[in-house]
Design a protein around this ligand. Structure first.
Ligand code: UTP
Length: 409
């Protein structure tokens, strides 16, 4: 696009400030900036206006959950079915590591974060160890797809190389980059992150399957007979990956997806609870639950909305492919966004200062025809690291690791 066309485009969307430093740029940088502007999806800016309008929800009802007791009663069968699928190469794992971990405040990818005290213990190291546990049992490697973003791809790959893939066979590890979206201030003005660079951020964890396909990974996976993808977050250091019991339970149920869930610590805990919405699986946020719903009980005396999701899902690949034809909702989220100010100084804000636009993996759950919520013990499988201290932090994860016999020294 030529500069005149770009100017017209920016005028239309009230974003002329993106050319503030244009004249200071080299010829190459100028062309680069024009290309970036031409690629911007300005329609996302419309979402800011409507961000406070409450999303209309469908009819919310409790969903049936495969509880710890039920799992215990059928565990041999689940294990066998899950193991058979893993051994036959039907299961792949997808590590969502494209996020920026702004709450943790590290510049590097979250997986590189060292949670050890004297002796290093990296988040990626724990993930690979957990995956290796299943590989050792199954006697086959499980293909691992690692989603990164433009912001952390090189660092992530270099780290895996440096650590020799933590003993995993590198032929089974595939990296792919997720797409990016612009970031704006509170008035909807797109930030510049440098004089010649529009501020962008990863477009949320819900875009993973589209990015997976775009990277050309679907075809080979299918050829190898893969049918299931276990998608999980980078920051839960206790989670089981490609857990044969979970895989077996979902296959046994005949459903097209499964979600690991934990019982809430208390009825009003601030977690999204799995439910049915208009007869389809869904997640109801804690602030959307009325008091009546939060304390509602089922016939068996359990809380009706008792199970929080922990971002560990199993999806049937055929169904994933089908739902890519449907559009997903982009969410407007407040984040800390580094930017260049009017004086040409790069600012790394301490507080949230604007909006990013994200697709969320939990929206995919509602696009599935059905989903098996699979209960796991919180203290054994849920140690998320979102913050440095306090709730869901490095400190709380260390405690939980120790509780499970893993040395953190
Ligand atoms: P979070 O929602 O915790 O986001 O991600 P985050 O970016 O890691 O951290 P904050 O909110 O900035 O502090 C949950 C999971 O989704 C992945 C993350 O890497 C993490 O595994 N994710 C998130 C992506 O892969 N891409 C994204 O764009 C966002």
């Amino acid at each position: 696009m030529q500069i005149t066309q770009v100017k017209t485009l920016l005028e239309k969307y009230n974003q002329e400030h993106l050319l503030k430093y244009y004249e200071e740029l080299s010829e190459g940088e100028k062309a680069g900036l024009l290309d970036q502007i031409a690629d911007i999806d300005f329609s996302v800016l419309e979402l800011i206006k409507d961000k406070d309008i409450e999303q209309k929800r469908g009819h919310i009802e409790p969903i049936e959950v495969c509880t710890i007791e039920e799992i215990e009663a059928h565990k041999e069968r689940f294990f066998e079915m899950g193991m058979d699928a893993i051994k036959a190469g039907k299961v792949g794992a997808v590590l969502l590591a494209g996020g920026q971990g702004t709450r943790l405040g590290a510049d590097k990818p979250k997986g590189i974060y060292n949670i050890g005290i004297e002796k290093p213990l990296y988040i990626f190291e724990m993930i690979m160890k957990n995956l290796m546990d299943v590989v050792s049992l199954a006697g086959v490697y499980i293909p691992l797809f690692v989603m990164t973003s433009e912001k952390n791809h090189e660092d992530t790959v270099a780290f895996f190389e440096e650590k020799n893939y933590f003993g995993y066979d590198r032929a089974y590890v595939h990296f792919f980059k997720q797409a990016m979206a612009v970031a704006t201030d509170y008035e909807g003005k797109i930030y510049l992150e440098d004089k010649g660079k529009v501020a962008t951020s990863p477009n949320g964890n819900g875009g993973w399957f589209t990015s997976f396909m775009k990277a050309g990974l679907l075809e080979p996976a299918r050829k190898q007979g893969m049918q299931w993808l276990n998608v999980f977050a980078v920051d839960n250091v206790l989670q089981k990956i490609a857990d044969p019991y979970f895989v077996g339970a979902v296959i046994d149920s005949g459903m097209v997806s499964g979600a690991k869930v934990v019982a809430k610590a208390e009825p009003k805990e601030k977690v999204g609870a799995i439910c049915l919405e208009d007869g389809k699986p869904s997640i109801v946020e804690y602030y959307e639950l009325s008091d009546e719903m939060a304390y509602q009980k089922t016939e068996t005396g359990r809380l009706a909305y008792n199970y929080g999701v922990i971002l560990n899902y199993l999806f049937d690949i055929d169904t994933l492919e089908r739902i890519t034809k449907e559009s997903m909702q982009l969410h407007v989220v407040e984040k800390k966004i580094p930017y260049i100010n009017d004086e040409g100084v790069i600012i790394k804000p301490e507080e949230v200062n604007g909006y990013k636009f994200e697709l969320l993996v939990l929206d995919m759950v509602h696009m599935m025809d059905n989903c098996l919520p699979y209960e796991v013990e919180r203290n054994k499988e849920f140690a998320p690291i979102k913050n440095k201290t306090g709730i869901d932090s490095v400190e709380s994860a260390r405690e939980l690791l120790r509780l499970n016999g893993i040395e953190v020294v």
